[in-house]
Design a protein around this ligand. Structure first.
Ligand code: NAD
Length: 315
């Protein structure tokens, strides 16, 4: 790499344990006084308490892959309640809804992630309409503040933790071979791979292991920063294609495909990542996600997908 371009992500990041307690202060810092809170009651109820009188309205059912009909309902709530800021608490689905609201309204966003998806750090927005997922990049959708609270991840079930952690690992792995990789993304990606590959087996052994949870969330943060900084390649293209067309679960699709794409790209640690995925309680094949030979026959990279269909060790 003799020449490169890198633009730092301007997001404000607050990371720690118990940081949800700072939610009201962080919202005020962004000038919010009438907040729309996005997120299922499991996490959003505590956030609502912390927001107190700043809370103007709630939207409790964000959906995966940001379907346009859900967005339209949420935009109505924004207009009805004269909202001046969006707080999202949850996984990538809650974050996606906040981002699409910002795209339409330019409202500031404060995101509290409870999975390892990494969407909170990116200017990327995926949306689905009529079974097709489209992705765009627009700085308007990049959240202003991300508040990471390790405590909120302690209850993330092991299968979801593993799949979501592998989703984060995929961001870092793809950043390593991106055509626009640079010294900063190399550093971030390598550290993210170390943290995530070490943390996921420890979480599978003991989901309440705070050190492992901290490592995984730090890894997800670094991996999400990579995702924002470079072009994503084959792995993300295939996941988006299959996710949109067959309504597959996002993190699990990443988890299944990652070792196969790595082997296809000739990456030396593809075997290690396959062994890691085999050791975790996640789906291990596209067949387990409900796909059949007929579904993938006409897709690009059908040979790679055929291997992933069976879950056999990648060649
Ligand atoms: P998700 O947000 O749909 O969450 C998965 C499930 O986990 C949900 O049922 C949720 O309620 C539950 N959950 C979340 N946190 C929990 C916790 N701490 N404890 C218990 N349950 C919890 O899934 P996801 O994998 O986080 O995100 C996927 C979505 O994010 C997709 O729509 C994907 O396209 C998007 N995404 C976008 C980007 C981007 O940069 N644009 C990056 C990654 C993911």
């Amino acid at each position: 790499m003799t020449s490169f371009t890198y633009a730092a992500n301007p997001v404000r990041v607050v990371f720690g344990r118990g940081t949800l307690g700072a939610l009201g202060d962080e919202a005020r810092r962004l000038g919010m006084s009438r907040v729309l809170l996005v997120g299922t009651p499991r996490h959003a109820d505590r956030a609502a308490e912390n927001l107190g009188h700043l809370l103007a309205a709630r939207f409790e059912d964000p959906a995966m892959h940001t379907p346009v009909d859900v967005t339209e309902r949420a935009l109505k709530v924004v207009a009805e309640h004269d909202v001046d800021g969006v707080v999202a608490v949850g996984g990538g689905s809650a974050t996606g809804l906040a981002k699409v609201i910002a795209l339409h309204t330019d409202l500031p966003q404060l995101i509290v992630p409870t999975t390892y998806a990494g969407s909170e750090l990116t200017a990327v927005l995926g949306q689905t309409a009529d079974g097709r997922k489209t992705t765009r990049k627009n700085p308007k959708v990049r959240p202003e503040t991300v508040l990471y609270d390790v405590d909120l991840t302690l209850g993330l079930p092991v299968p979801l933790s593993a799949a979501s952690g592998l989703n984060a690992l995929a961001h870092a792995v793809e950043a390593r071979y991106a055509p626009d990789a640079n010294p900063m993304t190399d550093l971030l990606a390598n550290e993210a791979v170390e943290l995530l590959t070490s943390a996921l087996p420890r979480i599978a052994d003991d989901p309440s292991d705070v050190d492992a949870r901290t490592d995984a969330l730090r890894g997800a943060y670094l991996a999400g920063t990579c995702l924002d900084a470079v072009q994503m390649g084959l792995h993300h293209r295939l996941c988006h294609l299959l996710g949109g067309k067959f309504g597959l679960p996002h993190a699990e699709t990443h988890a299944v495909l990652l070792p196969y794409v790595m082997a296809h790209q000739g990456l030396a640690d593809a075997g290690d990542v396959f062994a890691l995925t085999e050791s975790l309680p996640i789906p291990h094949s596209l067949a387990e996600l409900g796909l059949t030979e007929a579904d993938i026959a006409d897709e690009p990279e059908a040979d790679l997908l055929r291997e992933a269909l069976t879950g056999a060790r990648p060649a």
